[in-house]
Design a binder for this molecule. Structure first.
Ligand code: FES
Length: 114
């Protein structure tokens, strides 16, 4: 059984931008860093802000609520070494961006990227 889930059209998230997607009960912050995709848990650990709706500068994603910053390549908080957002596997195929959650959460219509 596959567990890859299409969450966005690649065109919806141009290089240098991020977006938020909700998949089942998960919130995903998707970031396009110069054509390379990164995805982290989209719920800010500070107070639950929408990380995917923040601003992306290089690899640094800033939460729109109070400004906590995370490196989307690692999930690490910019300042605190003990705060880290879970990374989510991500890839692009056929114009779609797909994610796979670490615990294998899936939807019935998920299809595997080749
Ligand atoms: S909720 Fe993200 S910085 Fe406060």
């Amino acid at each position: 059984m596959t567990d890859w889930i299409a969450i966005a059209a690649a065109a919806d998230c141009p290089p240098g931008t991020s977006l938020e997607r909700v998949v089942c009960d998960r919130v995903v912050a998707l970031a396009n860093v110069e054509g390379t995709w990164h995805a982290i848990d989209g719920l800010c650990p500070h107070q639950g802000g929408p990380l995917g709706k923040g601003s992306l500068c290089g690899t640094l994603l800033t939460c729109p609520w109070h400004g906590w910053q995370f490196d989307v390549t690692t999930g690490k908080h910019r300042i605190s070494p003990t705060v880290r957002q879970p990374k989510i596997e991500v890839r692009q195929q056929d114009g779609q961006v797909w994610v796979r959650f670490p615990d294998g959460a899936a939807t019935p219509n998920a299809e595997p990227p080749a």
